[in-house]
Design a protein. Structure first.
Length: 131
């Protein structure tokens, strides 16, 4: 049963687990009403304001975190590539892909070899886009 008022969102979905440079594990999670990154070792959580859904995430060689994020309550929202500080989780940059989440077949954020990382998005009307 439900306790309290049901708002249509569960306790959340973990969309990515990422190892931090200090050995901690970071959980990227979203509920459909909010999104956050949590250090599972220290319990530190930072809300990612303005976003309600998250996708793939990874830590770059420079220690920064990259995560795909969007606002699932806005039908016109597009996926953003968020660059977060690796220790404070503050947003350093938000790059707009121009791609709506309804067009995505698959999206990945992968650590790179010889470069920082790769964001790849496969969409319905174009086989692959690499940012």
């Amino acid at each position: 049963g439900q306790k309290g008022l049901y708002l249509g969102a569960g306790p959340g979905t973990v969309t990515a687990l990422v190892p931090a440079s200090n050995g901690h594990v970071l959980a990227f999670r979203a509920t459909g009403l909010a999104a956050a990154v949590t250090d599972l070792t220290s319990g530190t959580t930072r809300n990612l304001r303005g976003y309600t859904a998250l996708g793939a995430a990874a830590r770059g060689a420079n220690g920064e975190l990259t995560v795909l994020a969007w606002n699932s309550t806005d039908d016109t929202a597009t996926i953003k590539v968020l660059i977060l500080d690796g220790s404070t989780f503050e947003t350093r940059a938000a790059l707009d892909t121009g791609i709506g989440p309804d067009r995505v077949l698959d999206a990945r954020v992968l650590p790179g070899l010889g470069h920082d990382l790769v964001v790849g998005i496969s969409i319905v009307d174009t086989p692959n886009i690499t940012l």
